[in-house]
Design a protein around this ligand. Structure first.
Ligand code: ZN
Length: 145
């Protein structure tokens, strides 16, 4: 739970800084929260896949132990690739660049915190790396695994 509070604070800080630079606080904070705080909703996707939609237990979900049971961590929204994509989109759509800069920066801080907090390998947060390794939990190399 503390890690989610830190994600929230980091996201708000990113949103405020980009809001200060751009003058668009509403969009910068909103999209910083989406990629920095609500990003962890992709854990729910993993849980639903593992449980096949049956018997949801918040206690089990919040524990994260279900990852070890199946030996896979997908986390489709966690990936450096999205940062690159958002930066490209910021260049392609300058009128909406504040949205993409907020998404990119907040995601960067989310992933940086996850790597430090979970003591994972840097490569573990590449979606492509996890995909070619079939989302095998062992490629994360995290202390929590
Ligand atoms: Zn995360």
């Amino acid at each position: 739970m503390l890690s989610e509070v830190i994600h929230l604070v980091l996201s708000l800080l990113v949103g405020l800084v980009i809001g200060q630079i751009s003058g668009d606080f509403f969009r910068s904070i909103t999209f910083a929260l989406i990629s920095g705080f609500f990003l962890d909703l992709d854990h729910l996707v993993d849980y639903i896949i593992i449980k096949r939609g049956k018997s949801f237990s918040f206690k089990e979900f919040s524990s994260g132990r279900y990852f070890k049971l199946v030996g896979k961590i997908r986390l489709f929204a966690h990936g450096y690739e999205y940062i690159v994509l958002f930066l490209l989109l910021a260049l392609l759509f300058p009128a909406n660049s504040v949205v993409f800069y907020a998404l990119a920066a907040s995601l960067f801080f989310h992933l940086a915190f996850d790597i430090i907090h979970n003591k994972c390998k840097f490569s573990a947060y590449s979606l492509f790396y996890r995909l070619v390794n079939h989302f095998d939990i062992r490629v994360f190399g995290c202390k929590h695994n």
